[in-house]
Design a protein around this ligand. Structure first.
Ligand SMILES: NC(=O)c1ccc[n+]([C@@H]2O[C@H](COP(=O)([O-])OP(=O)(O)OC[C@H]3O[C@@H](n4cnc5c(N)ncnc54)[C@H](OP(=O)(O)O)[C@@H]3O)[C@@H](O)[C@H]2O)c1
Length: 348
């Protein structure tokens, strides 16, 4: 079965999801939408990706394959990567009348989907649904690590400080350029968002925005029900899929060097889809586990979107889908099996 996929919005996330769909043996990229004409649309056209116009009134200097409605009619699943809150508007105006399945992004509020999604935590819960929301880059990073640790040792409570990038590297419009901006709402929206995936974990989050574009950094403190040694925690996190242990002793002392390593790896656009955790920064004190992790905001949600497509279509099990996504996108597949993690999560 080949799943026909359309991508609505070809920006930071949309162009990466479209490229990832093109690498899947069980998917066909029907096309992407064009809103305004810009360098991204010209790149898509050069790559042979079919463009469907959001507005039939507009004319563009690139070939247009059809209208938005033509795209919806030709697809099994739409991945909506439009700017928030356009996904909700598209749902009401276009997707529900067209009867198409849709994956939304984390900028949308949780109720846009019937469930929120992180593959390692709740793939099974989303099988066969019509409207699913992949959580934000920050929440995806938190769900991957906190979900895995909860499955292994049980997380009694979580405290997280998020140090957030101000803008994506291409974005010349946003700031701050010389300030640190605290989120005055406590908890920040990330804690309640994580609870859409892991509702049983009490979590407190606070956040600040800093003048950097490359990654987010999370400082995480988890109170555990069963206490591992520091060495056991390192071995487990180092063997879990979609996480990557990095070492300050190898020169990876900040987010800048981690992204430099990702560029050196030859990954397309220098993306890093795994969550990076500093090995030296992992520690267990009393019943608490501490660590720092870094999230490449432009790409960590891409594999989640691919798995979400298979979940809503019910075409593969969680384990099969994640294994195929990891393989096709070159993501670290881990040492222990997903089944162990998934089963532990499900039997809670
Ligand atoms: N960027 C991140 O770090 C990140 C990470 C995780 C999740 N997300 C979420 O992903 C979603 C997309 O964010 P993004 O950063 O990829 O945005 P983006 O880079 O600004 O791209 C948005 C795309 O949507 C198009 N668009 C504009 N208006 C539209 C409309 N009415 N209908 C359909 N498409 C429209 C834009 O076209 P034009 O260029 O013509 O305006 C552009 O191609 C948001 O929910 C965001 O919160 C973003």
């Amino acid at each position: 079965m080949v799943i026909k996929v359309g991508v609505v919005g070809y920006g930071t996330i949309g162009k990466r999801v479209a490229d990832a769909v093109l690498l899947q043996p069980d998917m066909e990229l029907v096309g992407v939408t064009i809103n305004s004409y810009n360098y991204r649309m010209s790149s898509a056209a050069r790559a042979g990706i079919r463009l469907f116009a959001l507005s039939s009134a507009a004319s563009f200097p690139v070939p247009i394959a059809g209208t938005f409605k033509d795209l919806l009619a030709a697809c099994d699943v739409i991945v909506d990567c439009s700017p928030k809150p356009q996904g909700l508007k598209n749902k009401e105006q276009y997707y529900l009348p067209a009867g198409v399945k849709v994956i939304y992004q984390g900028g949308e509020k949780a109720p846009v989907g019937q469930a929120s999604f992180t593959a390692q935590c709740n793939y099974e819960q989303c099988v066969g649904l019509d409207h699913v929301r992949v959580v934000s880059c920050n929440t995806t990073g938190l769900a991957r690590t906190i979900g895995a640790i909860d499955a292994r040792w049980g997380v009694a409570s979580a405290h997280v400080t998020l140090i957030r990038r101000a803008a994506d590297p291409w974005d010349s419009h946003k700031g701050p350029i010389n300030a640190i901006v605290p989120e005055l709402r406590l908890p920040s929206h990330h804690g309640p968002d994580l609870q859409t995936i892991l509702p049983h974990i009490p979590i407190m989050t606070s956040a600040v925005i800093v003048p950097t574009t490359v990654m987010h950094l999370h400082t995480i403190n988890l109170r555990l029900r069963n206490i591992p040694t520091r060495e056991e925690a390192i071995a487990y996190l180092g063997g879990t899929q979609r996480l990557l242990l990095v070492k300050g002793s190898e020169g990876l002392v900040s987010t800048a060097e981690i992204m430099d390593m990702a560029r050196d790896s030859g990954a397309k656009r220098g993306d890093l889809m795994e969550v990076a955790i500093w090995e030296e920064g992992i520690n267990v004190v009393g019943d608490e586990l501490f660590f720092h992790q870094a999230v490449h905001q432009e790409s960590d949600v891409v594999p989640e979107n691919i798995d979400a497509i298979r979940a809503v279509m019910g075409s593969m099990s969680a384990q099969e889908s994640m294994a195929l996504t990891n393989k096709t996108l070159g993501i670290y597949a881990g040492k222990q099996t997903t089944t162990v993690v998934q089963k532990a999560m499900l039997t809670k």
